[in-house]
Design a protein around this ligand. Structure first.
Ligand SMILES: *Cc1c(COP(=O)(O)O)cnc(C)c1O
Length: 234
């Protein structure tokens, strides 16, 4: 596998196979192509191969790419990285989704700064599902439901679901366990809010467990664009 179109094709095939394996309740699962540190030509190549959803982690880099690719009007840009309050405006003005919100302050700013001419910004709340000290994310169900209620009341946002990045070193049984915990939180949230439809979990190494547990969106970077060399700074 040496080009982006082939890698994409094989990723789609793998997702489809995992959905089949997981049974009839699984799928459809969307594929978010994580293009951080990769040049816009790579994104164009993925676009040519039919990919429309792209994820970026760094505000400045993401906004530059969005501007450079503004001729492709049906791209859907997801911000998936850590977001500080001094950068929310850029995100609110350029992205369609933000997957990494875990504080009301950030959600409020995104809502205030979302231009009235744009559709509501789609939002996922990030859960710190492995309870890692170093990771961002909402800690537990109580905190989640409280935050969701406040976010749901904000005018220029649409709360769509949850996102998680579990610890990288879990064995398959633990992957299943944490993803099932996510699924339970997702179901709880859905019972409260009708528009909830997105559970973003699963990367190259844990996609099987994520899909089995009900993921609706997996995020793949390296598997599509190859290894990242440049260390992005933001
Ligand atoms: C970088 C990143 C990915 C993709 O990681 P790969 O290992 O390149 O597939 C997925 N999700 C998030 C939040 C990321 O930051």
């Amino acid at each position: 596998m040496n080009n982006i179109a082939e890698r994409l094709q094989s990723a789609r095939q793998r997702i489809q196979n995992l959905c089949k394996q997981a049974g009839k309740s699984a799928g459809p699962v969307k594929l978010l192509a994580v293009s951080k540190t990769k040049p816009v030509d790579d994104i164009r190549a993925a676009y040519q191969a039919g990919q429309r959803l792209f994820g970026e982690n760094y505000v400045q880099e993401g906004v530059e790419k969005i501007q450079q690719l503004s001729d492709l009007t049906d791209l859907e840009w997801h911000f998936i990285g850590p977001l500080q309050s001094n950068k929310t405006r850029q995100v609110a003005e350029h992205f369609a989704w933000v997957q990494s919100v875990d504080r009301l302050k950030i959600a409020r700013r995104l809502s205030e700064q979302r231009p009235a001419t744009m559709p509501p910004l789609n939002l996922l709340l990030q859960i710190n599902i492995s309870a890692e000290q170093s990771k961002a994310g909402v800690a537990d169900e109580t905190e989640l439901m409280a935050l969701a209620a406040e976010v749901n009341a904000l005018p220029h946002l649409t709360l769509r679901g949850l996102m998680a990045i579990p610890a990288a070193d879990l064995d398959p049984a633990d992957q299943i366990r944490v993803f099932e915990q996510m699924q339970r939180l997702f179901v709880k949230l859905k019972q409260q809010y009708v528009q909830i439809d997105t559970l973003s979990m699963g990367m190259s190494g844990d996609m099987q467990a994520a899909i089995q547990a009900g993921s609706t969106m997996v995020r793949l970077g390296t598997a599509i664009f190859g290894e990242r060399h440049k260390a992005a700074d933001d």
